[in-house]
Design a protein around this ligand. Sequence first.
Ligand SMILES: Cc1cc2nc3c(=O)[nH]c(=O)nc-3n(C[C@H](O)[C@H](O)[C@H](O)COP(=O)(O)O)c2cc1C
Length: 207
Amino acid sequence: MNPVIKALNFRHACKAFDPDRKIARNQIQTIMEAARLSPSSFGLEAWRFLVISSEDVKRKLRPACWNQPQITDASHVIVVLCRPDLADPADPYIRKNFQRRDLTEEAVQIYVDKYKNHMETEVFPRMSAYAWCSKQCYIALANIMTAAAAQGIDSCPIEGFEKDPAEKALGIDTDTYEISVIATLGFRLKDPPKKNRWPASQTIEYI
Ligand SMILES: Cc1cc2nc3c(=O)[nH]c(=O)nc-3n(C[C@H](O)[C@H](O)[C@H](O)COP(=O)(O)O)c2cc1C
């Protein structure tokens, strides 16, 4: 089987992790490298990843996450933070971001103008900077889960959290960072339930 499809079949939303099994340092680093290499719109990378293995920090976070046991039983909890402030077309980071591409200043200005126009006409009329940045963070979330699965590591994505209490529990400077989504990583205690997916004929259209 294709190795990516194999990993995607292995992955399920793990509800019960073995609290005694820990992910090796090199494996977590590989997973986080997959996160770091994730694409983002305009290459903005308006994110930061908190990799939590401290039992104390996990314990503090759990009540803000619907008290889900995955938070404390998982080996690692990855909190994906976004930087909505950086998405502001007026922020100097926008120019700095495009300057990484070794372009002429004229070409950089074209990108800055295109970004500003896109955000003002397409993005901000439809969603907040937080929502737009979070869309990018979910790409990293997917890569985290797939990179974990490729190494036989289980995961559960966590959207079941209360944002303000979770940010408070982690002491996050919310003037800059906001939690987009959380991923728990570890090892399953039991076999997953059968996978439910609508058939390709219903969900995919080839034109
Ligand atoms: C963004 C996102 C957030 C999720 N949040 C939770 C969560 O807080 N707790 C949980 O147990 N499962 C959570 N799930 C798991 C989904 O319920 C699960 O992926 C879905 O039912 C499909 O099952 P499968 O992942 O096992 O194939 C979340 C999934 C996604 C993609």
